[in-house]
Design a protein around this ligand. Structure first.
Ligand code: SGN
Ligand code: CA
Length: 556
């Protein structure tokens, strides 16, 4: 009896054990399936950003200046945003907005000089915590090393075009070559040798080009020197329909662009020219003299080795010959035109290298099959003037610097050839990427995920106006402080600090923004409504006059 009970119990025990192990196996199977599924589903992110890349110099937006077949691939195979803009058109602040998902007045990085508080949450940290492998290569432009990235090699500050130095996680290094090629080599090397195949990735691939002083590779320098580019309609803008800020900004190609530093006329040639020198020195608004950027020519060129210098010399000699022969006989209009061509030749030559290199990375994604579940973003830290209003540089709320290129490719999720006219901002990037990766965004981020627009669902998008605030004044280029509101039809801006001026532009009837209609009685209702909207917007985003004043105090 006892024996039979024992046998029965033993049988039962065995059966129970079997059931338990089947259950356990099932559990492990289900669990491993879900985790595998999850890591397969979570998309990789390749964030490509260049520095000062104007949308006018991307053929997907405008093909009058240059053909950019590789960057265009992202737009053709995904979505292009025709009304993407920044919140503060200047380098390091734009990057801080992107990383934190907060406006400058809250993340504290209001201009290129103010420190970035590294205790803040940035989106790469959230990706890393959620199991992503994260990396950053190229230009960051902060005083500090990036947080939340497993691997990085970043340029110190602005970085160099030729034989650039990089700050690394383990050690710093100088790499021989042209900066856009080198950053791409590093990025591709990371993909091929460092990527952890068991994790999704976030790669930030950040170009230095086409930042001033627009030094191309020797090959592109030679190629683009032979080209001529169409002038923009507003190259000879005299700013008569505008406010004080446009009239006093120091970013005019004729008056403020420098022959040695920017147009790459050799210092020895400038000395030879003797009596033309005073024309190159100009008087600033405050009476001080501004001289050509001393050593500006040698700063990039001095880094080249003998072999590289020999290649550059071929084109540099042509520029010098042309300058010596023709410059003394030119009037102001011709000087402007000469400088504009020199500017475009070099600026667009640097873009051409960026485009080639973006192509190398896109090709690798395709060859490796990674393209299928990788979100590829192409953008710039802000727009740039390519001679519009006679200008170079950025900073202003006016379109060429306020708007920025933005295109996103994500096969299976974004229909190829999608376009969006909505007012989207770099403020929205963090929340977009977090949503795509199924990571919760902190509730104090201030943007809106672009996912609905990416999926073609325009109805869930409700924001119809954006906020802008620029602070870096007084500083290089002397663009005055201002904040404003922009919707598809109008732009209202308040310039402050050492002036108190308002500007209103009718974006539909005056797309080149030549006439400030703030004082025009025809627009008084618009002014009234937009002023109230701007007040509400400043409240919504937690900006205020007290904060404006506190940032002025800090700059002194
Ligand atoms: C440098 C440039 C300026 C440019 C700022 C900020 N001069 O000072 O033209 O506006 O950087 O650019 S340079 O001759 O030294 O290049 S930013 O992109 O970093 O904000
Ligand atoms: Ca920039």
């Amino acid at each position: 009896m006892l024996k039979s009970i024992l046998i029965l119990n033993h049988k039962r025990l065995n059966k129970m054990k079997k059931i338990r192990s089947i259950f356990l196996l099932l559990l492990i199977f289900t669990f491993s399936c879900t985790t595998n599924d999850q890591s397969q589903d979570r998309p990789n992110i390749l964030f490509i950003m260049s520095d000062d890349h104007a949308y006018q110099a991307i053929s997907a937006y405008d093909d009058r200046l240059i053909d950019t077949p590789n960057i265009d691939r992202i737009a053709n195979e995904g979505i292009i945003f025709n009304n993407a803009c920044v919140t503060n058109s200047i380098c390091a602040p734009s990057r801080a907005v992107i990383l934190t998902g907060k406006h400058s007045h809250l993340n504290g990085k209001i201009d290129n000089h103010s420190p970035f508080d590294t205790t803040q949450v940035t989106f790469p940290q959230l990706f890393k915590n959620a199991g992503y492998q994260t990396a950053m290569y190229g230009k960051l432009h902060f005083g500090n090393n990036p947080k939340g990235v497993d691997d990085f090699l970043i340029l110190p500050g602005q970085g160099d075009y030729i034989n650039p130095k990089f700050l690394g996680k383990d050690k710093d290094t100088v790499i021989t070559g042209y900066v856009s090629d080198v950053i791409t080599d590093l990025t591709l090397d990371w993909f091929k040798t460092k990527r952890d195949e068991d994790k999704p990735f976030l790669m930030m691939y950040l170009h230095k080009a086409p930042h001033r002083a627009w030094w191309p590779s020797p090959e592109k320098f030679a190629e683009f020197y032979e080209k001529k580019f169409p002038e923009p309609e507003t190259l000879f803008d005299d700013y008569s329909g505008r406010g004080t800020a446009a009239k006093t900004a120091e970013m005019n190609i004729l008056t403020h662009m420098q022959y040695m530093h920017d147009s790459k006329v050799r210092p020895s040639t400038m000395e030879e020219m003797g009596d033309v020198q005073p024309e190159i020195v100009y008087v600033r608004g405050d009476g001080t003299l501004m001289r050509p950027n001393a050593g500006g020519f040698n700063r990039p060129f001095g880094r080249a080795n003998e072999e590289q210098k020999k290649k550059y010399d071929v084109t540099l000699d042509k520029i010098n010959k042309d300058f010596k022969e023709n410059w003394p006989n030119m009037d102001d209009k011709e000087k402007m035109q000469w400088k504009f061509q020199r500017y475009m030749q070099d600026y667009l030559a640097t873009i051409s290298s960026v485009d080639d290199n973006v192509g190398r990375v896109l090709d690798y994604l395709e060859e490796s099959g990674l393209d299928k579940n990788t979100i590829v973003i192409y953008t710039s830290d802000q727009g740039f003037y390519l001679g519009e209003h006679g200008w170079f540089d950025k900073r202003f709320i006016y379109d060429e610097s306020f708007k920025t290129p933005l295109m996103i490719r994500w096969p299976n999720e974004i229909k190829p050839g999608t376009t969006s006219e909505e007012m989207v901002q770099n403020l929205d990037f963090a929340q977009t990427f977090l949503e795509a990766a199924m990571i919760d965004a902190p509730s104090d981020m201030q943007g809106e995920s672009l996912m609905p627009l990416m999926k073609g669902d325009k109805d869930s998008w409700t924001r119809d106006a954006v906020y802008y605030h620029y602070y870096e004044y007084p500083s290089v280029h002397m663009a005055k402080r201002h904040y404003g509101i922009v919707n598809k039809e109008y732009k209202l801006a308040h310039f402050y600090y050492d002036i108190n001026e308002w500007e209103l532009y009718d974006r539909i009837n005056d797309p080149n923004e030549m006439n400030n209609v703030y004082g025009d009685p025809k627009y008084s209702d618009i002014v009234e409504k937009l002023t109230q909207d701007l007040i509400d917007m400043r409240f919504k985003y937690k900006d205020s006059e007290e904060l404006d004043q506190s940032f002025i105090y800090k700059r002194k």
